[in-house]
Design a protein around this ligand. Structure first.
Ligand SMILES: [Zn+2]
Ligand SMILES: [Zn+2]
Length: 257
């Protein structure tokens, strides 16, 4: 299976409008971060997790010609507002695109993109057409022959997100902690992509670096990549500070699992 990090920035991306590069070195391209999402390639199937605002640019850069399913983690703007950029795929395939998420996120998608949920017809083939599938946390489901386990995480005090596990790989962004149930679901994962917004202790809706390192250690994964990073997370500084099996992600990064 091949993973591509489409984007690994926090909700504002890096650099941040009106604030700039923060502690990030502007001369290092690995610090230029679009909003977070990944592509998963397994055999001839391509899965997308989340549709960030820069999805069009990210997919053009990746050279993506086909997407078979989309999994959404949650309904925050930086994970869903690129949805309209999926139109090219349904226009090309001539059928609706399967999307998977929990009920709350699906309701928001329906509210924002209601026209995409209407039945496919030849008269509307240039519009985006989505085929919704509501999934339950911790209940495995299969799409395109790939079994996926959704893992529910708290995302601040009043919100939640879904991580996704496929075999011994798991992608988990936008979480503030790992519950015992989620921990159990993550046991045995060898390659983990994990939320890590910054170092500030006051961050309460994401994992801090300290918390991310704690959970990576507890889960004893072979490799971990940090994502959803803010403008105080300089790439080279992190590489120097972190043990060699933990790396900050960067936009366009690819690895096999
Ligand atoms: Zn986010
Ligand atoms: Zn979020």
């Amino acid at each position: 299976m091949k993973i591509r990090i489409l984007g690994c920035g926090s909700s504002s991306g890096v650099p941040v409008i009106c604030k700039g590069w923060g502690k990030c070195d502007p001369n290092n391209e690995k610090n230029r971060r679009t909003r977070s999402g990944i592509l998963i390639q397994k055999d001839d199937k391509t899965l997308l997790i989340d549709a960030p605002q820069e999805l069009r640019l990210q997919l053009l850069k990746a050279g993506t010609k086909k997407i078979d399913s989309v999994l959404y983690t949650h309904a925050h703007a930086d994970h869903i507002l690129g949805t309209e950029d999926l139109r090219g795929f349904t226009f090309k395939s001539g059928k609706p695109l399967d999307i998977y998420t929990d009920q709350g996120t699906m309701q928001t998608l329906h509210r924002l993109f209601s026209y995409t949920f209407s039945p496919y017809s030849d008269d509307t083939r240039w519009l985006l057409h989505l085929m919704p599938h509501i999934i339950q946390p911790f209940k495995p489901f299969t799409t395109n022959g790939i079994e996926i386990l959704p893992i529910k995480h708290p995302h601040g005090p009043n919100f939640s997100s879904l991580g996704y596990r496929i075999g011994d790989f798991s992608y988990n962004t936008d979480l503030s902690d790992i519950t015992p149930e989620a921990f159990e679901a993550l046991l045995g994962v060898k390659t983990l992509v994990l939320d890590c917004k910054g170092k500030k202790k006051s961050i309460n809706n994401h994992l801090t670096l300290e918390k991310a390192l704690y959970w990576i250690d507890k889960l004893q994964v072979e490799r971990a990549y940090l994502t959803h990073m803010g403008y105080k997370m300089d790439y080279d500084t992190l590489v120097k500070e972190l043990p060699s099996h933990i790396r900050p992600a960067y936009d366009g990064m690819e690895f096999e699992v």
